[in-house]
Design a protein around this ligand. Structure first.
Ligand code: ZN
Length: 407
């Protein structure tokens, strides 16, 4: 008996005998019924020119490796399509070998679908530069290209471009969070440079929002920085915060801390709160919209003025905000991607001297004046007065403000 090599035509013919094929009309019907996982398995450049709305995309080379993410159960109805029905036939055979019992290959494929006039969409995809830049993200199954697009679409507001805001902004910008709002009224002082890595020596004297925007622009042009060079107050906070998905608090005083908490709670925005002092830092996520506690559940009332020293008075290890601010960025990314377990209801404490983390539960207070069952704070109040801080005529605090965190 002589050896007869299997030509590609013979191979395909054999494969097609052993699998189930459906035509594009049957595919349409199954998609309308909504019970089939439909997977486009073409190459990326084919997919980028048009795909069937409602289908998932896994290139053929990754089909077996990623199909379980979409269809963990082996009896899930799956339909595969390529351009014409050949590659999908090979893919279907392979899924059958993996134990999938209800796989079909779409005869005629995407071209057949298009030719009978069924609609398709041009998928939103990243540019080649973006695919390269974010490749260490997109290769993570929990992120993927879809997750990176979520980051690019996301809007994060940083309260303060100081110690905590600096590393948070740098990592969020590097991660490709598309819009970063920064609220800060200060100018850069040389004593900031010990920890506020957004700013450099030649920025001294410049508004921090401008210096921050330049640093971020030099890192990633995908990121739009919206500079809010204002003092956050009761009359502008809701208006500024409402446009963002996540807020990172790096504020350095109690009035702002309560103001940001109340505004985020009223707007239903998750707030990643952090604070630092000397060698100790802490962070948590306040998210009353998702059953989490808020800052007022933890501290209903501010401490008496002057009781808690500011970093200007007490000092802070320059590295510490790098750790806490980076953790804040990590929480923000998790919230955007909706992966993992956010620090909602947990306060994470870090002691740099011990080199130890610990965490404590933070419970939602049913009697909380902001997020409790019968809230008494339903709009923003005068926070300077609430914190017992004397005011000048324009509402700006004129006394040194007690602080947990440095700006
Ligand atoms: Zn609360």
């Amino acid at each position: 008996m002589s050896y007869v090599p299997l030509t590609s035509d013979r191979l395909i013919a054999n494969v097609k005998q052993g699998i189930n094929e459906i035509d594009v009309h049957q595919l349409k019907q199954q998609m309308d019924n909504g019970d089939t996982v439909v997977i486009d398995i073409r190459e990326f450049d084919e997919y980028a020119q048009g795909t069937i709305a409602g289908s998932f995309y896994i290139p053929r080379g990754f089909l077996e490796l990623r199909v379980e993410n979409l269809a963990p159960r082996r009896d899930t109805p799956i339909a595969l399509y390529c351009a014409g029905g050949v590659r999908s036939a090979l893919g279907a055979r392979s899924l059958q070998e993996m134990g999938y019992t209800n796989v079909a290959s779409v005869a005629g494929g995407f071209n057949g679908w298009k030719n009978v006039g069924y609609s398709f969409e041009i998928p939103r995809v990243m540019t080649d530069d973006q695919r390269h830049r974010y490749s260490r993200h997109t290769i993570i199954p929990e992120v993927g290209e879809g997750g990176q697009l979520k980051l690019l679409d996301a809007k994060v507001l940083l309260i303060g471009a100081g110690g905590l805001g600096s590393p948070a902004a740098m990592y969020l910008a590097a991660a490709g969070v598309g819009t970063l709002g920064i609220v800060d009224f200060d100018v850069v002082d040389v004593s900031n440079l010990q920890r506020q890595i957004l700013h450099h020596l030649n920025d001294v004297g410049r508004p921090k929002v401008e210096s921050a925007a330049d640093t971020i622009a030099a890192l990633n042009t995908d990121v739009e920085v919206i500079a809010h060079r204002v003092l956050l107050r009761s009359d502008n906070a809701l208006d500024i915060i409402k446009d963002y998905d996540v807020v990172i608090n790096g504020s350095d005083n109690f009035p702002t801390r309560y103001l940001v908490n109340d505004a985020c709670a009223l707007l239903g925005k998750p707030l990643v709160d952090g604070s630092i002092f000397r060698f100790e830092g802490q962070l948590t996520v306040f998210d009353p919209a998702h059953d989490g506690p808020c800052y007022r559940c933890l501290y209903p009332d501010p401490p008496p003025p002057g009781e808690v020293p500011s970093c200007a008075e007490g000092g802070v290890l320059g590295v510490l905000p790098g750790i806490i601010g980076s953790l804040q960025a990590s929480e923000a990314v998790k919230l955007i991607l909706r992966v993992g377990e956010p620090l909602t209801g947990r306060l994470l404490l870090f002691d740099a001297l011990d080199g130890r983390f610990r965490q404590v539960k933070v419970r939602k207070d049913p009697a909380c004046p902001v997020c409790g069952e019968n809230p008494t704070v339903t709009e923003l109040i005068d926070y300077e007065q609430f914190c017992g801080i004397p005011q000048s005529d324009n509402g700006v605090a004129i006394e040194p403000i007690p602080a947990l965190a440095t700006a």
